[in-house]
Design a protein around this ligand. Structure first.
Ligand SMILES: *[C@@H]1O[C@H](CO)[C@@H](O)[C@H](O)[C@H]1NC(C)=O
Ligand SMILES: *[C@@H]1O[C@H](CO)[C@@H](O)[C@H](O)[C@H]1NC(C)=O
Ligand SMILES: *[C@@H]1O[C@H](CO)[C@@H](O)[C@H](O)[C@H]1NC(C)=O
Ligand SMILES: *[C@@H]1O[C@H](CO)[C@@H](O)[C@H](O)[C@H]1NC(C)=O
Ligand SMILES: *[C@@H]1O[C@H](CO)[C@@H](O)[C@H](O)[C@H]1NC(C)=O
Ligand SMILES: *[C@@H]1O[C@H](CO)[C@@H](O)[C@H](O)[C@H]1NC(C)=O
Ligand SMILES: *[C@@H]1O[C@H](CO)[C@@H](O)[C@H](O)[C@H]1NC(C)=O
Ligand SMILES: *[C@@H]1O[C@H](CO)[C@@H](O)[C@H](O)[C@H]1NC(C)=O
Ligand SMILES: *[C@@H]1O[C@H](CO)[C@@H](O)[C@H](O)[C@H]1NC(C)=O
Ligand SMILES: *[C@@H]1O[C@H](CO)[C@@H](O)[C@H](O)[C@H]1NC(C)=O
Ligand SMILES: *[C@@H]1O[C@H](CO)[C@@H](O)[C@H](O)[C@H]1NC(C)=O
Length: 823
């Protein structure tokens, strides 16, 4: 039964194969499998064979209907056909071939080959290829199978395109390929080193375009000369400058030290008369200067300098109308003369041919000049009156290649012009002196010891020097006394053209027998002064204040007494009263306003000075009236009343008003001084006070002597039995009272102009301050009637009214001249 099952299966199978074979046979041959897939051919009715280059899973021949024939990769394993060197195997459908690698080709020119043995692959020269592979200036280099592009020197391959070369800027690449005497010039692919302007290649040095070494060209050696013949050529590194020759100055419109500088012969600088000074002598001097100016030749500059100095000497020497000039005018002229001399001498020195020059005039004015191209460190210059030590850099005008000039002119004659100018001490010195003397210094008088030394340099900017200049000034030996000192001062010009001595920025460094060493941080005209310090005496100031205060109180009491005490009313009391009023007002103004704060003379100070002038003059006029009254009282006692009230007021208030009015009209600017609000002694202005005072004092002295003499006579006539002792006492007291009253104490004041008589100063101060006190004593306290009145007042105040009657009754018994000396 199983046999039948197999049989059926087998049968079906056979039928199927048969059908297949039939089918195949029906295609080609009858014994060919008709199902052979692509790339295969039938072997027989049941088997196929893959075409060459193809294979199936079960090999070349297969019988399985489901198999296919696939391409064999001959290039890959396991066959891995070797094509040989420089060649690559290329698999194709059913076959393969060999090809030369890129950059190679077969010697025959064929493209492919089959067998290693046919390999004739060889390198081709890529650099011959068109278009060129390496572009621009790059150079192609053939390699085995490849090429590279190289760049010529100075170029480098562009990073983004290796076939292109770009330029390298050697000049900015930081390597500084050129010598520092040249400057670098970049070219495409190279660079050059060119000499800087004004330089030339050093002969014999490497002279390639990229290694040149240069040196400065000395343009000054050129022919024809590069500079104008009025100038001197100065070679500089890389260039040159033309500088005026000695004795020549710039032509207008040109600048110094340019290449085109042109100069003209130096001329004497213009020097004109200071305006506002009328002096024939000064005009003559300027006429001489004009002649010197006209005849000036740089080559003869030294002669001109000598003549100029002699002319200045003459101007100052002979007594002339210069002596008549007022002080401010003299100082104005001195300032002008000093500053202009400095300017003119500086210019003339530059024209001077030599290197140094010293001249001593017949009148002992001495000039020392030095002119030098270059210098270094410290330099000394000087003559017998003055020497100077200074840093060269200070003398030379900044960075100037002009020759440097230094000079000192020492003139004794100049002293006369600069005398009696004020001396302003700097705060530092004042502070030191205050420490030394334990009291503030108000100011200083002085005496000029040395010559006036005018110092000048090329450098005109000498207000603040970088390093101080040291001087030694000769002067006659003099030992400073107490409250004195040697001071180095300089002449400081002010805005109004005048000037004064100033010590700011100058220090006295030391002094020997006959010279003083000074150090100054600026330049102008210097001198050594012997200063007499005006040191405020605190004791004197205190005495003045206390005395004046006491005086004021006493004067007030006097005024009240003279106004209110009826028994003594009369012509003499009126005089007393107005004297006291004038003194009171004067003293009060003095106490309140005499000191001038701030040093500036303002309206307040002028007013105070004017009022003081008026009050004290009025006081003196009333004093003279006292004298007159005394005279009338004693000498003309039986001949009626003295002067009428009208005359009293006219003399007492009118005369001083007239004097002050005239003074103010003539010289109102002399009211007020920098320290005190009093009259300025300049021009003798003080005599508008001293004159009347002296006249009145003398007048009163005469009256005093006459009166005392007459009194002596009268006492002996009227009172023959009076004891001699009492007579003498009364006389003495009256005389002393009159002495104070009539202002004789002011006689002491006349000696006050000598600031060193301290005894006199004290006496004067004490006596004058206490004048009111004395007036009170002599005219009130020592007057019997006044005393009685005081007693009455005192009683009235304490409630005792009986005394009033006693006094009034005694009043009626008084003599017809109530004010007649009650002593
Ligand atoms: C066909 O050829 C294969 C191999 O050549 C062989 O094995 C097979 O017997 C052949 N078939 C017939 C029917 O001849
Ligand atoms: C290549 O050629 C050599 C001799 O020329 C031969 O011996 C070899 O069989 C050949 N190889 C093929 C794969 O044709
Ligand atoms: C040549 O070499 C470079 C690298 O060196 C490569 O990038 C380039 O493809 C090569 N060219 C050829 C033709 O082989
Ligand atoms: C490199 O080549 C590119 C394109 O050619 C260009 O734009 C670039 O400027 C080049 N670079 C240099 C450094 O020359
Ligand atoms: C060049 O360099 C040298 C030192 O290497 C230096 O002494 C010289 O001053 C320099 N010159 C210039 C013109 O810079
Ligand atoms: C300088 O120039 C010379 C001649 O032109 C050349 O031979 C040399 O290589 C250059 N040197 C440099 C550093 O460029
Ligand atoms: C400069 O040259 C001019 C002519 O160009 C001549 O007249 C003059 O005298 C010369 N000056 C000097 C100082 O040599
Ligand atoms: C001289 O040269 C300078 C420049 O070097 C120029 O500014 C000036 O105007 C010139 N002066 C004259 C007078 O030619
Ligand atoms: C300068 O002062 C002195 C003394 O103080 C005096 O003798 C002289 O006349 C004054 N000179 C002038 C010009 O005022
Ligand atoms: C003194 O001179 C100095 C410096 O020149 C100046 O500052 C000062 O104001 C002067 N003093 C007086 C009082 O003129
Ligand atoms: C100053 O003078 C005295 C005598 O006159 C002398 O003995 C002394 O040496 C002098 N001093 C100086 C520093 O010149």
């Amino acid at each position: 039964m199983g046999g039948t099952g197999h049989s059926v299966f087998f049968l079906l199978y056979v039928l199927c194969v048969l059908w297949t074979l039939f089918e195949a046979e029906s295609q080609k041959t009858s014994d060919c499998a008709r199902w052979c897939p692509l790339n295969s051919r039938c072997v027989n009715a049941t088997a196929c064979r893959c075409s060459p280059g193809f294979t199936s899973l079960s090999g070349d021949i297969f019988t399985n209907l489901l198999e296919n024939c696939d391409d064999i990769n001959e290039c890959g394993p396991p066959l891995a056909v070797s094509c040989g060197k420089f060649a690559d195997c290329q698999n194709t459908e059913g076959s393969y071939h060999c090809e030369c690698s890129p950059g190679y080709q077969l010697a025959s020119g064929a493209k492919t080959f089959k067998n290693e043995s046919e390999n004739t692959c060889q390198d081709v020269d890529k650099c011959q290829r068109k278009p060129r592979l390496c572009k621009g200036r790059s150079i192609c280099i053939n390699t085995q199978g490849n090429y590279t592009c190289r760049c010529p020197p100075g170029l480098e391959l562009n990073l983004s395109d290796p076939n292109v070369c770009s330029d390298v800027n050697e000049c900015t690449s930081g390597q500084n390929p050129c010598h520092n005497t040249t400057h670098c010039l970049n070219n495409i692919g190279s660079y050059e080193c060119r000499c800087r302007p004004g330089w030339k290649p050093i002969p014999g040095s490497p002279n390639g375009p990229n290694n040149t070494v240069c040196e400065d060209v000395d343009e000054c050696s050129f022919r024809p000369p590069v500079c104008h013949n009025s100038t001197v050529c100065v070679n500089t590194v890389g260039s040159y400058r033309c500088r005026c020759r000695r004795g020549w100055e710039l032509k207008p419109g040109f600048q110094n030290k340019q290449m085109n500088t042109t100069c003209q012969e130096m001329s004497f600088p213009a020097w004109t008369e200071p305006p506002g000074i009328k002096s024939q002598r000064l005009s003559n001097f300027f006429k001489k200067v004009q002649v010197l100016r006209r005849d000036f030749k740089p080559a003869l500059a030294q002669d001109t300098i000598q003549n100029l100095i002699t002319s200045v000497d003459e101007l100052l020497e002979v007594p002339s109308d210069l002596d008549a000039l007022a002080l401010p005018e003299r100082h104005k002229m001195a300032t002008h003369l000093l500053s202009e001399l400095e300017r003119v001498l500086r210019t003339l020195a530059k024209a001077m041919p030599g290197a140094s020059f010293t001249y001593r005039s017949p009148l002992n004015t001495e000039l020392s000049l030095m002119i030098q191209e270059q210098g270094d460190g410290y330099t000394t210059i000087g003559q017998s009156h003055a020497r100077m030590l200074l840093d060269w850099a200070v003398a030379a005008a900044a960075r100037d290649s002009d020759p440097t000039v230094m000079g000192i002119l020492s003139s004794w004659k100049m002293q006369k012009l600069l005398a009696n100018a004020s001396l302003e001490l700097d705060p530092e010195t004042k502070a030191k002196l205050k420490d030394l003397h334990q009291s503030p210094v108000r100011g200083a008088q002085y005496e000029l010891l040395s010559a006036v030394n005018l110092v000048f340099l090329s450098n005109t900017n000498t207000e603040h020097l970088d390093s101080p200049v040291t001087f030694a000034f000769s002067h006659p030996m003099k030992t400073p006394g107490p409250r004195q000192g040697l001071v180095c001062a300089f002449w400081k010009s002010d805005d109004r053209g005048g000037g004064h001595w100033n010590t700011t920025g100058c220090w006295t460094r030391g002094t020997s027998n006959d010279s003083t060493t000074c150090q100054c941080s600026h330049l102008s005209s210097f001198a050594v002064l012997m200063a007499h310090y005006d040191i405020e005496d605190p004791k004197l100031a205190l005495i003045t204040k206390v005395g004046l205060a006491l005086s004021l109180v006493c004067l007030l009491l006097c005024i009240l007494t003279f106004l209110l005490v009826r028994p003594i009313q009369g012509s003499r009391t009126t005089v007393h009263l107005h004297l006291c009023i004038c003194l009171f007002v004067g003293s009060a103004i003095f106490l309140a306003g005499i000191e001038n704060e701030g040093g500036q003379v303002g309206l307040r100070c002028r007013l105070v000075a004017g009022l003081l002038h008026y009050c004290f003059l009025a006081a003196f006029c009333w004093m003279s009236l006292e004298g007159l009254e005394l005279y009338f009282l004693v000498v003309r006692v039986f001949h009626g009343q003295g002067l009428s009230k009208c005359w009293l007021y006219l003399i007492g208030y009118g005369v001083p008003l007239l004097i002050v009015a005239i003074s103010a009209a003539v010289r109102h600017e002399h009211y007020g001084r920098s320290l005190y609000c009093w009259l300025d002694p300049e021009d003798g202005f003080l005599w508008s006070f001293l004159g009347p005072v002296i006249f009145i004092v003398l007048f009163n002295a005469v009256i005093f002597v006459t009166t005392v003499w007459k009194l002596t006579q009268k006492f002996s006539e009227i009172n023959p039995d009076m004891k001699k002792l009492k007579k003498a006492r009364v006389l003495t007291i009256t005389a002393v009272a009159q002495l104070f009253l009539l202002g004789s104490t002011w006689v002491f004041g006349l000696f006050l102009f000598n600031p060193h008589s301290w005894v006199l100063s004290y006496t004067f101060t004490v006596l004058n301050c206490l004048q009111g006190f004395f007036l009170f004593i002599f005219h009130c306290l020592l007057n019997k009637k006044v005393r009685e009145e005081y007693r009455k007042w005192a009683g009235w105040v304490t409630g005792n009214r009986y005394s009033e009657f006693t006094t009034s009754s005694s009043n009626q018994t008084q003599a017809h001249r109530p004010s007649e000396s009650g002593m």
